[in-house]
Structure formats: C-alpha cells, structure tokens
Design a binder for this molecule. Structure first.
Ligand code: NAP
Length: 234
C-alpha cells in the first residue's frame, strides 16, 4: 500500500514550481490529484507529465477572477464525493523596494490570489473535507511573511503582508475546525522557482518534499507553521 493511496487532493498552482513537484510526489505515492493552473499551455504541459504518474485532473482557473473559487468547488464536487487534502499553494509575488515603489493597486491584486482565494476555497470546501478521511488543509506561507521579517525587512511589503495574513487565517480556521479538519501553514523554503528566482539555495523538488512532510504529520497537529516537519514561528 502506497503512503497516500486513494487520497483525494486539491493542489492550487500545480502547473509549475512547488505545486507541480508536490503533485508528482503525491501521484507517485498513490493519491488522486485535482490541480489548478492559470496559463493554459503550462497547465497542458504539466498535465502530460503528471498523467504519466497517476490520476491527475487539471483545471484552468485565474484566482484574480473573484468567481474562481466557486468554479473550482463546483468541479471538485463533480469529481469526488469527499476531499482529504486542500493544498492552497498558488500565489503571486512582485519584488519592489517599499510601499511607494509598489503603489496602491498591488495590494488589491495580490490579496485576491494570496489571501481571498485560499480563504474562499476553505470556506466552500469544508463540507467536502468533513466527509474526508483525517482531512487536512495546508496553506503555503513563507518565512518572508513571518512576524520577525515584517519588523525588519520593508521590501516587497504586500507579499509579506499577504503571507502574514495567511498565517493568521490558518490559526483562525484551525481553531474553528479543531477535531474535524487539521489546518497548518508551510514554509517550503527559498527555492529556484519562477517566484523564488535564480539565486535561491533550494530546488523546487525540496518544496515538494516539505509538502509531503507536512502532510505526513500526526493528524492532531493543527494551527501551526512548519518548515517540512519542523515547527517554526508565524
Ligand atoms: N519559491 C520560493 O522561494 C518560495 C518561498 C516561500 C514560499 N513560497 C510559496 O510557495 C508557493 C508556490 O510558489 P512557487 O515558487 O512554486 O511559485 P511559482 O513557480 O511562481 O508557481 C506559482 C503557481 O501559482 C499559479 N498562480 C499564480 N498566480 C495565479 C493566479 N492569479 N491564479 C491562478 N493560479 C496562479 C501559477 O500558475 P501558472 O503557471 O498558470 O501561472 C503556478 O502554478 C507560493 O505560495 C509561494 O508564495 C515560495
């Protein structure tokens, strides 16, 4: 029996980077994966690779569109009767020096994909998760958005703020769903993805491995922030 045999997993942002690497590992470990992407060509290319490993269902969606989480929920509900894992991984980051360099519009843009979309997906998918087996939610945060980083590093402020908010959201949902759905946040590490850039020390596969580690923690662990299976501070 493979470690994730028969698990039903939603991964947002499965077309590249951490999401793609996580999907590869979960499919190889026996799970069925429903993965989203925003760019049709990238999602098609990822689907060719992922379908070789197991049952992968792709879904094209742009979380800048406020109707996107409802659309995802509708298709997931047609795919499965219950859900075991929701992995909120898709996010955007733009590197700027400070708030003035970023301007005002960016807050609304990044907030939609990095905060509103994961929140609404949780809100809508909880009933399906409650029918799952030891169901879990993982919100992919970042060390760039922990309290200490916010106090000392004023660059890319919007991204940091969205990830700090995601940490708060993780704690609140964990408290509400205690005993029903485990809710944790993951720092996948600084990785050489499109988002992480070429100078990062880690490779995308490291992030996939850390995703598997957080998803393998005892189910009773909830409301915490993890770097793989090591607890860290929000
Ligand atoms: N890489 C790092 O160093 C690092 C460090 C800490 C935390 N993280 C976090 O890890 C997660 C994954 O990051 P990554 O490095 O793998 O990023 P990435 O390589 O840039 O991939 C981002 C993924 O999110 C999807 N996405 C982006 N904007 C979207 C939108 N508006 N609507 C729908 N999908 C969208 C992309 O889809 P398309 O391919 O279709 O555009 C892609 O699948 C993020 O939450 C990030 O904040 C990364």
């Amino acid at each position: 029996m493979k470690p994730f045999q028969g698990k039903r997993i939603v991964i947002t942002g499965a077309s590249r980077g951490v999401g793609f690497e996580s999907a590869k590992l979960f499919l190889a470990a026996g799970a069925e994966v429903f993965g989203t992407g925003r760019d049709r060509d990238r999602l098609d290319r990822a689907t060719v690779e992922l379908a070789k490993l197991g049952r992968f269902t792709p879904f094209l969606v742009d979380f800048d569109d406020p109707t996107a989480p409802a659309a995802v929920t509708e298709v997931v509900a047609k795919t499965w009767s219950a859900l075991d894992f929701l992995l909120n991984n898709a996010a955007v980051q733009t590197y700027k020096q400070d708030w003035y360099d970023e301007g005002l519009a960016i807050l609304n843009e990044q907030w939609r994909c990095n905060v509103f979309a994961p929140h609404e997906l949780i809100f809508r998918l909880v009933p399906m998760l409650e029918r799952g087996i030891e169901p879990r939610i993982v919100n992919v945060g970042s060390g760039a958005g922990n309290r200490q980083a916010l106090q000392t590093q004023p660059d890319m402020p919007t991204y940091r703020l969205t990830k700090y908010a995601l940490g708060g959201m993780t704690m609140l949902w964990a408290a509400q769903l205690k005993g029903k759905v485990a809710v944790n946040a993951l720092d996948p590490g600084w990785l050489r993805t499109d988002l992480g850039g070429p100078n990062a020390p880690g490779v995308p596969a490291d992030g996939g491995q850390r995703m598997v580690e957080i998803c393998s923690l005892p189910w009773t662990e909830t409301g915490k922030f993890w770097y793989g299976n090591q607890e860290i501070s929000f």
